[in-house]
Write a protein that binds this ligand. Sequence first.
Ligand SMILES: C[S@@+](CC[C@H](N)C(=O)[O-])C[C@H]1O[C@@H](n2cnc3c(N)ncnc32)[C@H](O)[C@@H]1O
Length: 244
Amino acid sequence: MVWRKSNPMPNFRGRRFTNAHETMIWAAKDKDARYTFNYESMKALNDDLQMRSDWLIPICNGAERLRDEEGQKAHSTQKPEALLHRTILAATKPGEIVLDPFLGSGTTAAVAKRLGRRYIGLEREERYAKLARKRIAQVSPVADLDAISIVAKRDEPRVPFGSLVERGLLEPGTVLVSHNKRWQAKVRADGSLITADFKGSIHQVGAHVQGAPACNGWQFWCYNVEGKLVPIDMLRQKVRAELN
Ligand SMILES: C[S@@+](CC[C@H](N)C(=O)[O-])C[C@H]1O[C@@H](n2cnc3c(N)ncnc32)[C@H](O)[C@@H]1O
């Protein structure tokens, strides 16, 4: 991975390139080792686009930067918490142990604690170890476990659209409306949708009306709840919650 610094320190002497990135090694013990990669979390963190291997994150400054009594930087290479947030979220599950053998001011442990992970930190300089201990003690773990749980799509139970009809969550004959209100389709008893000229799954009919190659029908089609359009995915989530 490459951490690209959006606000790197300038090279004051003007004798070499501005040092604007750091390389991060993402590795496992051997090629058969199992490893965690929270693909869905990374995608969610990046507005539903696959997370890239180059991360544009500012260096640590502002209120996050730890200062000593004289107002000087307490550690010269304190990492930004955003960098560790992404790293820990990508590669661990809640409750797992994160090891930082060069803990410095304690950024890794502080973020690990906040995200409900355990941590081990090594630091040879007593003043930094003290700084890190104090910092970590001030961090509270996120209390709402739902907010830090990792749910991979492949782990979620499959809920066919037809099962919503079977369960009576949508009546046959219900008219679904596209989220932009341009198209309508009627729900059939077998869980398919029908328009004036086409019949198929929620995805097929969504793609057909738009003339698009594919469509996520769960997000495209909405139903009416007290005058408001709500994606049918809400009903799927309700069923999943019951199944879980
Ligand atoms: C780049 S800094 C880490 C900064 C840290 N990520 C942070 O956000 O504050 C590296 C740290 O490793 C410590 N260190 C270097 N060699 C070490 C060793 N052999 N054992 C333990 N700590 C070591 C240094 O004292 C320094 O504080």
